[in-house]
Write a protein that binds this ligand. Structure first.
Ligand code: SAM
Length: 240
């Protein structure tokens, strides 16, 4: 972020030269009362479609903050096509998965309810807000989608034909993700819950032809560590 840009915010409005955007509620509060910005000061806006824009505050009042769009700072880049499928874990740690996955370039986050999943209810909206904040902070030009939670059966049943699914399993005989992930094409990672996948689930997952079982090393990682490590490996071999 340059010196003159005081904040980066994700918006849903279209962004183009000469346009203006009205921010209300939390975003207006953040600019006016947290950052104490005033008319004339600049922020960066992005919406996942039109790149990143310099926007100058025209009015900051009780009804909200109106910004005028000036110049495009960065054109839109292709959005990442890596999916992270993960069993929801405890509050606090699940937010960490969402935040770090956003920083590491995941394009879609899919909570998956497995037999040993402790957290059966997922607050998709709250996780989406975490993804948005992380995208604003890490200078991404898009926000990954947080999909509604589905059961493992449903995930496998609807799995797209052309998308590889890297099943992260703590098995010594599996190839490393580093070796298996080289190449191109749509792909996804699947990370199990704290208690791991049940044996019947592993059989079910491995029956899918798109599945490649991979290892993340000799030690058993916590689910959030596994998600972060797997995305970091994928990012290093696939420019996502
Ligand atoms: N199965 C273990 C158990 O029952 O104690 C622990 C599961 S681990 C905490 C959670 C998830 O992280 C696993 O289901 C797997 O997807 C992933 N994981 C952990 N360590 C891994 C490794 N060394 N290689 C690949 N995946 C790993």
């Amino acid at each position: 972020m340059t010196d003159t840009i005081k904040a980066r915010l994700h918006v849903t409005d279209a962004l183009s030269a000469g346009g203006s955007v009205m921010l209300a509620d939390d975003q207006a509060h953040y600019l006016r009362h947290v950052l104490r910005l005033e008319a004339g000061q600049a922020v960066a806006l992005f919406n996942g479609r039109d790149g990143e824009w310099r926007a100058v505050i025209a009015e900051a009042g009780k009804k909200g903050v109106r910004l005028n769009l000036e110049t495009q700072l960065r054109p839109q880049q292709p959005v990442s096509d890596v999916w992270l499928c993960f069993a929801p874990i405890k509050q606090g740690r699940i937010e960490m998965i969402v935040e770090k996955a956003t920083e590491l370039g995941a394009g879609r986050l899919l909570p998956v309810i497995t037999r040993r999943t402790q957290m059966q209810k997922v607050n998709t909206e709250r996780l989406a807000a975490h993804a948005r904040e992380a995208a604003e902070q890490c200078e991404r030009l898009d926000v990954p989608e947080v999909a509604p939670a589905v059961t493992l059966e449903k995930l496998l049943q609807d799995w797209p034909q052309g998308r590889k699914l890297f099943l992260c399993a703590e098995r010594n005989d599996a190839p490393s993700l580093l070796a298996a992930a080289k190449g191109e094409g749509p792909c996804a990672l699947l990370i199990g819950p704290e208690g791991g996948f049940a044996p019947e689930e592993l059989t079910q997952i491995m029956a899918l032809s798109q599945v490649v079982t991979v290892s993340l090393g000799p030690r058993i990682l916590r689910a959030e560590t596994a998600a972060i490590a797997a995305l970091a490996i994928l990012q290093s071999v696939r420019q996502n």
